[in-house]
Design a protein around this ligand. Structure first.
Ligand code: ZN
Length: 114
């Protein structure tokens, strides 16, 4: 199957099932924008789509955006929350010095620290 976008593969985005692939393509589109803001350097993805079992294993929220393929975690140092906002992500969480969570949720934008 064709990759969701030029620089991101289905595998690195967690191989979401068919019903979530449109959301993951939307996520990947914004990841490409973030990559552009980062001078086109490769972006490392820690975690994107998660199955319910994978989400439980990492202590993810029960309604995590990762469960529907519309979220990605990026190691801190690869992206800042300001760059994530400039790339159009609507959900942005940061875990001090560890990771930046980005998602493409519908509805009001959300920002948090976890
Ligand atoms: Zn996350």
């Amino acid at each position: 199957m064709q990759a969701p976008t030029r620089h991101f593969s289905w595998a690195e985005l967690g191989d979401p099932p068919h019903r979530y692939q449109a959301r993951t393509r939307h996520l990947a589109h914004h990841l490409e924008r973030l990559r552009t803001h980062r001078s086109d350097r490769p972006l490392f993805i820690l975690s994107a789509y998660r199955t319910p079992a994978q989400n439980a294993a990492v202590g993810g929220a029960s309604r995590s955006r990762h469960l529907v393929g519309e979220a990605a975690d990026i190691p801190a140092g690869y992206a800042t929350t300001a760059q994530a906002a400039a790339a159009g992500f609507t959900g942005i969480g940061s875990r001090d010095g560890w990771a930046v969570h980005v998602d493409v949720r519908d509805g009001p934008p959300a920002r948090w620290v976890y």
